[in-house]
Design a protein around this ligand. Structure first.
Ligand code: AMP
Ligand code: MG
Length: 326
């Protein structure tokens, strides 16, 4: 069985082609980059409309298959930006109807976990999912991926990008901040863990305030990373302790950060649990993760009618019945 997965929740339009044995035949993406400021949902949707035909064609060429070889079409049904989600949903419905094949709507956050399991060989990890818009600590218990901790305001990636913007650094800010942090030393910034949840807004305000007051940018970048990543590591460690899981998975765009990887690696070594980072190509938003998760659901017996493919912009990770894991 060959599955096409369509991703369009935010900045990325992606098409992935995966077989039911988990072989990834293609994973093509085209990423919208705002000219200035953050993502403008309507502009991003316009980008996806322009990109979708070429991305699909590239994916078919890379996979060396024809459109008619596809047996299942899947798409990111949520969570995400409504105008962006709609493009992917319409595209997937059109293909499903045209080819007369089944369609499955996939939860984007669950897909990040499942592609992580597929590409790292972990099977039941505590997952730290850190991207632009999302920051969640997730683990599977009693039929669902439960959220053990999450940000109470912005995703960590957005916070890094917002600081970068305020400091005149290029977008996306994460990689540039990581680079500057290597030459910095510690200054005091807020550290905000509330039970198992996190809040980054106050840290961002204080970092911007210190920048405006003339503090060295290297020191702010270093301390921003130290505090935010230590907060994340603390919550992941507590989730591991509570769930007795023996694996930790790091995924999402921010997973590229070497300092975050290092903190988690040290914590996991001390606790004697396995640690893995999703390969960069599959850590950010992509179509292969949607195809693979849709396949898991389909093989577990999930079926969906076109009428049930409305987008779900606020669809939470813990609302998904994970039939393929029970
Ligand atoms: P995603 O939303 O999963 O595509 O991830 C995008 C986010 O990852 C952006 O906010 C980037 O700033 C962030 N990011 C990418 N590379 C790094 C890095 N090396 N360190 C920290 N954040 C990063
Ligand atoms: Mg994502």
């Amino acid at each position: 069985m060959i599955c096409l997965g369509i991703e369009s929740t935010a900045h990325t339009f992606g098409a992935g082609i995966v077989t039911d044995s988990g072989k990834i035949l293609a994973n093509i993406k085209d990423i919208y980059v705002p000219k200035k400021g953050g993502i403008h949902p309507r502009e991003a949707a316009e980008h996806h409309t322009q990109a979708c035909g070429t991305v699909l064609q590239d994916a078919l060429t890379t996979a060396k298959i024809k459109l008619s070889d596809i047996n299942l079409v899947t798409f990111s049904q949520g969570p995400g930006l409504p105008p962006c989600l709609r493009i992917g949903a319409v595209f997937a419905r059109t293909l499903g109807l045209r080819l007369g094949i089944p369609i499955i709507g996939v939860n984007h956050c669950v897909a990040h976990i499942e592609i992580g399991n597929l590409t790292t060989g972990l099977s039941d990890p505590v997952t730290l999912y850190v991207s632009g818009g999302n920051t969640q600590v997730i683990a599977f218990t009693e039929g669902r991926y439960r959220i053990f901790g999450e940000t109470l305001d912005n995703g960590i990636g957005n916070i890094l990008d917002q600081f970068a913007r305020a400091a005149g650094l290029p977008h996306p800010g994460g990689p540039k901040i990581e680079q500057l942090a290597q030459k910095g030393s510690y200054i005091i910034l807020p550290y905000v863990v509330k039970g198992m949840d996190l809040s980054f807004g106050g840290i961002l305000s204080e970092a911007v305030r210190k920048f405006v007051a003339g503090e060295k940018i290297e020191n702010i970048c270093y301390s921003l990373q130290e505090n935010c990543f230590a907060m994340l590591t603390e919550v992941v460690e507590r989730a591991v302790a509570h769930t007795d899981k023996t694996e930790v998975l790091l995924t999402g765009g921010v997973a590229a950060n070497k300092r975050l990887q290092e903190m988690l690696r040290i914590m996991c070594a001390e606790r004697g649990v396995k640690f893995a980072v999703v390969p960069a190509e599959f850590a950010g938003d992509n179509g292969a993760m949607i195809a693979w998760t849709g396949l898991l659901a389909y093989k577990a017996g999930q079926r969906q009618t076109i009428a049930n493919t409305q987008i779900r912009p606020k669809w939470r990770t813990d609302e998904v019945d994970v039939a393929w894991k029970v």
